[in-house]
Design a protein around this ligand. Structure first.
Ligand SMILES: Cc1ncc(C[n+]2csc(CCOP(=O)(O)OP(=O)(O)O)c2C)c(N)n1
Length: 654
């Protein structure tokens, strides 16, 4: 059965003239034991909520996963797809791309991410089990990880968090083949992985990765463990390739017709390319259907749940928000702010919004990378999610921004929870690879990123984001919100929550900002990404001022200065570029307006603003790194002030 995987991997890579045969051939025995004897799943229902998750963290070995899914009978993973490996539009992309219908749990390829996703999946599983009971939620998360996965820094964050949370249903199979692209792993690494995992609170063991019974025994032990488990499986990369096995030559290139022919002989595999002998296919198909009775029994248990619990579970799994409750929470918050305006930091406004939203949306799970009180992500009464209490809704991720972001991706992929987590905006660089994958996968993960400019003050330029808004706005399918006040903050939270098809960043201030939106407006004014906050007195505007976040108040003050000089100006708040740029052209043109003078104000770099103010517009912002000083001094020092904005407008009017 394992040789069927090897043959398909060799053939598909050969046909594509590109790909990685080494891992699938080396890990075929591990995968065969796991999928035929341990993994709980039903190929006929890839989305069964209580299935065990399998994450191929070493995504370059994608043919392992595609071969398995094909052999097991996943309807969409046809032999035609295998033959179209790495071709445009095929399910068999170069690296696995999240597609639940086809059985692919997460997009992997950037090494280490899958392992960290799996930690999030395992957290989501324990949390939902604590809420809905083991009868409804009781599954394991398995990972196949390579040397590269374990060399990446993110793996340390992931395994430390998993060990701390005692995620005993997380089982990592390490394809310990001692080979990476440059050659032997020993060229660059001499870590004892078993002891490393043990030090992080895992159960860890070594086995021969080509001995099915040894693998099975280790998996049995792992399933009984009270800690997460590592099984280091000693394997030979490219197992079966007569001259290339055990070397980096099998890692990422087709083996060649001659080597493949010789491998077939060595493995005793006589079937032609892409053909699976019926006896072997039947056994694989039986393995693919093995979980059906378990799934049906689970469905009965779900049906037997009392109606409200069942409805809650089903709603959460589909990802549908409790829409009326969200709308009511947002409206109540906005009404309160209209009655009693709050001149507070938007991070504090975010906490206020979260008080209402987390009460309305029980699937929201908050957290912070050790900046809880700074990020304001924990609402009153939110219990900590811990090894002692998985029902908690707040996760202390530790100083692990990257691990947090990737775990949140795993939680979103698992379903049933909506993760949000906090750090400083400057440290979005540390979580960026995972944010990018959430965007690529279309996952609802919400990043609260406070201390969003030089406005944080004395911590200095290391902590003051300058290029980060532009860098985040460059990621496709990521929404970057930068609300200007308490009202926009709750509106942006609503938009982030309602964006079920991608991640969001909320860039929030440390410093207080005035509440500019004083009147209650039922609709979400941020929904179009940009809108006129203050119109020009007497009709036609000579000057349009655009700003986001804390700089909207500066634009408003500049508007006042200009009014005193009888200059008709208008102010446009721009809380979300992506939503604005997606609006119809006519609507955008109306918001941009036809004032000859366009000025944008943002305490960051200019990049991106030309789409609104044009290359001949004036930009008031940062052109280099910040400095350490009280924030008001910094705004004056870098000349991001109302006076400067008004002067710039007047200079152009002269
Ligand atoms: C973050 C990241 N860096 C680099 C790569 C490129 N890359 C792909 S596989 C690999 C290492 C291969 O070694 P190993 O993980 O042991 O896989 P094996 O050779 O056993 O297939 C590298 C560096 C990547 N996919 N992701």
């Amino acid at each position: 059965m394992a040789n069927a995987i090897r043959a398909l991997a060799m053939d598909a890579v050969e046909q594509a003239k590109s790909g990685h045969p080494g891992l699938p051939m080396g890990a075929a025995d591990i995968a065969t034991v796991l999928f035929t004897r341990f993994l709980k799943f039903d190929a006929a229902d890839p989305a069964w909520p209580d299935r065990d998750r399998f994450v191929l963290s070493a995504g370059h070995g994608s043919m392992l996963l595609y071969a398995l899914l094909h052999l097991l009978g996943y309807e969409k993973m046809t032999v035609a797809e295998i033959k179209r490996f790495r071709q445009l539009g095929a399910l068999t992309a170069g690296h696995p791309e999240h597609n639940l219908a086809a059985g692919i749990e997460t997009t992997t390829g950037p090494l280490g991410q899958g392992l960290a996703n799996a930690v999030g999946m395992a957290i989501a599983e324990r949390h939902l089990a604590a809420l809905f009971g083991d009868d409804i939620v009781d599954h394991a998360t398995y990972v196949l990880a390579s040397d590269g996965d374990l060399m990446e820094g993110i793996s340390q964050e992931a395994i430390a968090l998993a060990g701390h949370l005692k995620l005993n249903k997380l089982i990592v199979l390490f394809d310990d083949n001692g080979i990476s692209i440059d050659g032997p792993v020993a060229l660059a690494d001499s870590v004892d992985q078993v002891r490393r995992f043990q030090a992080a609170g895992w159960a860890a063991t070594r086995v021969d990765g080509h001995d099915p019974e040894a693998i099975a025994a280790a998996l049995e032990a792992a399933k009984a463990s009270e800690r997460p488990s590592l099984i280091a499986c000693r394997t030979t990369i490219g197992f079966g390739a007569p001259t290339k096995a055990g070397t980096e030559k099998t890692h990422g290139a087709p083996l060649g017709a001659e080597e493949i022919a010789a491998a077939r002989q060595k493995l005793g595999w006589s079937a032609p390319a892409f053909e699976i002998p019926s006896a072997v296919r039947d056994r694989w198909r039986a393995a693919g259907a093995r979980g059906r009775p378990l799934r049906l029994a689970w469905q009965d248990r779900l049906a037997a749940l009392d109606a409200p619990r069942r409805a809650a579970f089903e709603r959460r799994i589909t990802g549908a928000l409790p829409a009326e409750k969200v709308a009511a929470a947002v409206e109540a918050t906005k009404r309160k702010l209209a009655e009693a305006p709050q001149d507070i930091a938007t991070r504090a406004a975010s906490e206020t919004a979260l008080e209402a939203l987390t009460a309305a949306v029980p699937e929201m799970i908050g957290g912070s990378a050790d900046l809880t009180a700074s990020n304001n992500t924990r609402t009153k009464g939110m219990k900590t999610l811990s090894a002692a209490d998985y029902a908690g809704r707040f996760i202390h991720y530790g100083v692990r921004e990257h691990g947090m972001a990737a775990a949140m991706n795993g939680m979103a992929l698992h379903g049933g929870v909506i993760p949000y987590g906090g750090t400083f905006l400057a440290f979005s660089d540390y979580s960026r690879p995972a944010i990018r994958l959430a965007a690529l996968m279309g996952q609802r993960v919400i990043h609260v990123m406070t201390h969003d400019s030089i406005g944080l003050g004395e911590d200095g330029p290391t902590h003051q984001p300058v290029e980060h808004l532009a860098a985040l706005r460059a990621i496709p399918n990521l929404k970057v919100f930068r609300p200007c006040d308490a009202v926009e903050t709750v509106e942006c939270w609503q938009l982030a929550l309602e964006t079920a098809t991608g991640p969001s960043v909320l860039a929030l201030t440390r410093q207080s900002v005035p509440q500019l939106r004083r009147d209650f407006v039922a609709g979400n004014r941020c929904a179009r990404g940009a809108y006129e906050l203050i119109g020009a007195a007497g009709g036609a505007a000579a000057v349009s001022l655009f700003a986001s976040g804390s700089e909207v108040a500066i634009a408003v003050a500049a508007h006042k200065l200009l009014a005193a000089r009888a200059v008709a100006a208008r102010v446009v708040s721009v809380p979300c570029f992506e939503l604005f740029l997606a609006a119809p052209a006519a609507e955008r043109a109306a918001v941009v307006g036809d004032a000859a003078i366009k000025i944008a104000v943002e305490a960051g770099v200019r990049q991106g603003w030309d789409a609104i103010i044009g290359s001949d517009g004036t930009f008031v912002g940062m052109a280099g790194f910040g400095a350490s000083a009280p924030y008001k001094d910094l705004y004056r020092h870098f000349a991001i002030t109302a006076e400067r904005v008004a002067e710039a407008a007047l200079a152009r009017l002269r």
